[in-house]
Design a protein around this ligand. Structure first.
Ligand code: PEP
Ligand code: MN
Length: 360
């Protein structure tokens, strides 16, 4: 049940609402900063069945209550509001949102320690502030390489140790959230999992920032509602990702929906990044799509980069070289500067007088 309260209610009238809620086994939660929208949720399943019979008029008649609303009338947590700043997600040197952008780069999947450390060093030197790499891979065919699983997480931990870069890695199963969150600095929910609500809830509960990728054929609204599952766990560290949707033409692997990036930036206070790699499907189309994503308003990029793509067991065709990634990073700075935004730099690359505590 959702109550709209009177702004001018006395403390006494206000306390009466909370007291009745507690008598009915309902947990109160304010949805807005003005404390005028009060969500009442049952504390347990038993309370839930009792609440079904709770008379709305019990609340309607209280002095402090202006109206009893349907929960569906509640503003969503992802919604941008004129009086609220954009949410910024900070992970190590990376900052997404609020006029700041960051680059995530690395292999599609992690396959050996030596290779992932080599790639991590290369992308950090080129301007990435987070390392991506899948240990659990969501493959279309069950016969394709499924990732190294838990041992893959150890390789990512070694790469962080060697480079200081935070780790972005995918979790596929709610049962794996705990071990993945023990290593990951950002939990990635992949396209194929965007509508797995149990996974979104568990990822939200981990307290780690969550990167939610748009489903293969999901609407922008559906992406926002997927994020809502994470936000509803009290975790506001959510980054949205446009990675291309299925189209009728195969000139690119997916259609990078730059319109959706612009729309999302208008609708939500959450940071939005673009994944030009899974949209392009081929290395040579990654740089122009990266430019397009940032020009449409994206707060960063996630790019697949490899030093020996022929060895890759997933998405080899779309992996760009470190040199191409460095060029993408240079272009990103120029594009972001057009509307006064800045790119987060790895600490090791910032001028000495501009290090920790004085971020730009
Ligand atoms: C990936 O990031 O490697 C991946 C599988 O992406 P998506 O979920 O967008 O297909
Ligand atoms: Mn991939």
């Amino acid at each position: 049940m959702l109550l709209r309260l009177r702004r001018d209610a006395s403390t006494l009238a206000f306390d009466r609402v909370l007291q009745l809620a507690s008598e009915l086994g309902l947990v109160p939660r304010f949805l807005d900063e003005d404390r005028t929208l009060l969500q009442l949720d049952p504390a347990s399943d038993a309370d839930a069945s009792r609440q079904r019979f709770a008379d709305r008029s019990l609340f309607e008649d209280l002095e402090a209550v202006r109206a009893v609303l349907e929960s569906a009338d509640a503003p969503e947590r992802s919604q941008r509001r004129a009086d609220c700043a954009e949410t910024t997600v900070r992970v190590g040197d990376a900052v997404f949102g609020g006029g700041r952008a960051a680059l995530i780069a690395g292999p599609c999947s992690v396959e050996s320690e030596q290779r992932v450390v080599e790639i991590a060093r290369a992308v950090r030197d080129a301007g990435a502030t987070l390392l991506r790499g899948g240990a659990f891979k969501p493959r279309t065919s069950p016969y394709s390489f499924q990732g190294l699983g838990l041992p893959g997480l150890e390789l990512l931990a070694a790469a962080r140790e060697a480079t200081g870069l935070g780790i972005v890695t995918e979790v596929l199963d709610p049962r794996d959230v705990e071990p993945v969150a023990a290593v990951a600095d950002v939990l990635q929910i992949g396209s194929r999992s965007m509508s797995n609500t149990a996974l979104l809830i568990e990822a939200g509960r981990s307290g780690k920032p969550v990167l939610v990728k748009r489903g293969l054929a999901a609407k922008g609204r559906e992406l926002l509602l997927a994020a809502e599952y994470v936000l509803d766990q009290g975790n506001d560290q959510v980054i949205l990702c446009e990675r291309g949707v299925r189209g009728f033409d195969s000139v690119t692997r997916n259609v990078l929906d730059v319109g959706a990036i612009a729309w999302l930036k208008r609708e939500t206070h959450l940071p939005v990044i673009a994944d030009p790699s899974h949209a392009a499907g081929s290395a040579e189309l990654v740089p122009p799509l990266a430019r397009a994503g940032l020009a449409a308003g994206a707060d960063g990029l996630i790019v697949e980069v490899h030093t020996a793509p022929h060895e890759l067991r997933s998405d080899a065709e779309q992996a760009v070289s470190p040199a191409t990634f460095a060029e993408i990073a240079r272009e990103a700075q120029r594009i972001l500067a057009i509307d006064g935004r800045t790119l987060a730099q790895p600490e090791c690359q910032r001028p000495k007088d501009n290090r920790e505590g004085q971020r730009v």
